[in-house]
Write a protein that binds this ligand. Structure first.
Ligand SMILES: Nc1ncnc2c1ncn2[C@@H]1O[C@H](COP(=O)(O)OP(=O)(O)OP(=O)(O)O)[C@@H](O)[C@H]1O
Length: 626
């Protein structure tokens, strides 16, 4: 999709509102035609070349009336403009966010969070500006057509001189176009880098302090800021230079009019009223030139912003950005509303199972109130009872490192307890994430009772499966809210989940218990508490398959043992897939998969593996566990 198609689609989202905005702004820009004619009548009346029927005071009253009417229309124009801008930019942001939430959780954005924020904020604002300025341009073109007809009827030669600067400006802007685009791209990129650096610094204050890296971090930040300053100065300098070219070419035009009008007036071909009309209209032509320039600049900059927004879509069609969707205000409209999206994913999911839009299983990656929204819409999937879950030839290699997993076969029988183990970096997390659709499998197939799951990310959510990540994310909210994430569960269910996650003693010791605010990312809790909060979050959701990714990194041996004991007592018929290298998990496993270099090195029971696998013996005896 080209920039112009994107621009057109933004307008086509709300054609009625756009046309209304265009109409009102055309009125605003055409309104000065009236005071111009009145001023001419005023001077001609005084000069005696024209007799206004109701006298000079009537002209004054009409002038005041025209000014008041223009104020009223400007007020209406701001209302229509704000509504149009807000709705278009909200739609784009909403669609981009929905897409991010639908992407495989571990690859949801192709850049740093800071850069993504800059895309959501600045690039969308650029799109909003371009559509908004287009109505001014069209309105002013309307003014110019009407004004030139009036002026040509008075003096064609002088009228041409009014428009000469306009032609100059348009030509100048066209020549400068390519440069604007280049400088704008550089300034956007450098701004995104600075925003990205700020978010990384805030997120890693502790790591920076521990490493004594404050100076190096500040130096790097200074370098990025300096690059940003340079690219912003170039961008601004060129924009302002163009703007001054626009304005000064009009000043030149005014000078020419004055000189020529002087000659014509001496010959009696031109009245004082005519001169006042030419000068008066020229002021508005100045505005037109500035606005056309602004629009052209914004339009060119939109090209850069559009490319950046497309990058956020990671290959998905750009038409997604402007797909009609409900944005929280006005009527629910469009064929791609929430239900539409749901139906779309349904067709991609295994037959007979409705699919949800957001990977609730990856709840640590999802914004809580969005989760609420989806819960309330009752979009959880409901699959038939699990008999066997299989993965064949599952492959995912990180493009950045070429590492990952290759040709993994997996078979989980209903009610079984399977442990994935292996040395550091052997591919355990990658396997779990690829299976759950948090990373997009490059090869292979996943089946549920023999039926292929086309969209694992949509499918592996409660009540099919629930998942605790190796590094869970908590939100700055109450402990209970972090566990529930908008789910309405009874107190009994909540307490059961807390017990299952071996957290009851921690909750009892917290001053406000479940009402304790955990701080950003859960900083007020210990690492083990964060991980068990995430486990409780998982257990409070009914699921047929529970997936744990390595709890041992933050739990002591005894706590992890208690957690598995409780899970075995309470899980009922649920199937478990667990990453661990602890004996407490390995000794309970029905089946163990030992990974090495992204492939299965050996598999079987602990007893069997102790006999045949050297790597497993090392893990069992804790030699690699550290
Ligand atoms: N985001 C990433 N980009 C590039 N390579 C990655 C990425 N994440 C992991 N890898 C690489 O893929 C391989 C498998 O990583 P993975 O995290 O799955 O291992 P793991 O067995 O879970 O490790 P650990 O025991 O440390 O959790 C490793 O060699 C790692 O370096």
């Amino acid at each position: 999709m080209k920039t112009r198609h994107f621009f057109w689609r933004m307008i086509a989202y709300l054609p009625g509102l756009y046309l209304l905005n265009l109409f009102v702004w055309s009125l605003i820009h055409m309104a000065p035609l009236v005071p111009g004619l009145l001023t001419k009548a005023f001077f001609d009346h005084l000069e005696g070349t024209y007799e206004f029927p109701y006298g000079v005071w009537a002209i004054a009253v009409l002038l005041i009336g025209a000014a008041l009417a223009r104020i009223a229309v400007i007020y209406a124009g701001f209302m229509t403009d704000v509504h149009f801008r807000f709705r278009v930019s909200t739609l784009i942001r909403r669609n981009m966010l929905a897409h991010v939430l639908k992407e495989p959780g571990a690859k949801a954005i192709p850049c740093s969070p800071g850069e993504a924020i800059s895309n959501f904020r600045d690039d969308v604002e650029q799109a909003e500006e371009a559509t908004s300025w287009s109505v001014d341009t069209l309105g002013l073109i309307g003014f110019v057509i009407a004004a030139s007809m009036i002026l040509v009827s008075i003096d064609a030669e002088l009228t041409v001189l009014v428009f000469v600067p306009l032609i100059l400006v348009v030509t100048a802007a066209q020549i400068a176009t390519a440069r604007i685009q280049k400088f704008r791209a550089a300034s956007r990129e450098s701004t995104a880098k600075v925003t990205g650096a700020i978010s990384e610094i805030f997120a890693n204050v502790q790591a920076i302090q521990v490493a004594g890296a404050e100076k190096r971090v500040v130096d790097k930040f200074s370098r990025l800021s300096e690059q940003r300053r340079q690219s912003m100065v170039k961008d601004k300098l060129l924009s302002e230079t163009l703007s001054s070219v626009f304005t000064n070419s009009v000043n030149l035009g005014t000078g020419l009019i004055l000189v020529l009008a002087g000659y014509k007036m001496r010959d009696g071909q031109f009245t004082v009223g005519d001169l006042s009309l030419f000068v008066y209209y020229l002021t508005f032509v100045t505005q037109l030139i500035a606005n056309v320039g602004n629009f052209m600049t914004y339009y060119k900059q939109l090209g850069v912003s559009f490319q950046r927004m497309k990058t956020m879509l990671q290959g998905a069609p750009a038409s997604l950005l402007t797909a009609a969707n409900y944005i929280g205000v006005g009527k629910v409209k469009g064929s791609h509303d929430e239900r539409g999206v749901k139906n779309q994913s349904k067709s991609a999911s295994i037959s007979g199972m409705p699919a949800a839009e957001v990977h609730l299983g990856a709840s640590e990656d999802v914004i809580p109130n969005v989760m609420n929204e989806f819960h309330q819409q009752g979009m959880s999937a409901l699959a038939p009872k699990l008999q066997v879950l299989q993965a064949k030839d599952l492959t995912y290699r990180y493009p950045e490192s070429g590492r990952g997993i290759k040709d993994i076969h997996l078979r989980l029988e209903q009610g079984s307890f399977t442990v994935v183990t292996g040395m550091i970096g052997s591919g355990k997390t990658t396997l779990i994430r690829t299976l759950l659709g948090l990373l997009p499998a490059q090869h292979g197939e996943i089946t549920w009772n023999g039926e292929r799951i086309a969209a694992p990310a949509d499918f592996f959510i409660p009540p099919q499966s629930a998942y605790t990540a190796q590094i869970p994310r908590l939100y700055s909210d109450k402990l209970s809210s972090n566990i529930l994430l908008g789910l309405s569960a009874s107190e009994e269910q909540l307490n059961k989940a807390i017990h299952g996650a071996v957290m009851e003693e921690d909750v009892a010791h917290l001053q406000l218990g479940l009402d304790t605010m955990v701080g950003p990312r859960g900083v007020k809790l210990s690492g083990g508490q964060v991980q068990r909060t995430a486990a409780a979050r998982m257990l409070v959701r009914d699921a047929q398959l529970y997936v744990f990714d390595d709890l041992s990194s933050a739990l002591d041996v005894d706590t992890e043992r208690r957690l598995w004991e409780r899970l075995f007592q309470d899980r009922g018929e649920a199937t478990c897939l667990v990453v661990s290298h602890r004996k407490a998990a390995l000794s309970r496993a029905d089946h163990i998969i030992v990974l090495n270099g992204g492939a299965i090195e050996a598999e079987g029971t602990a007893e069997y593996l102790l006999k045949v696998s050297e790597s497993f013996r090392k893990l069992w005896h804790g030699e690699e566990a550290g």
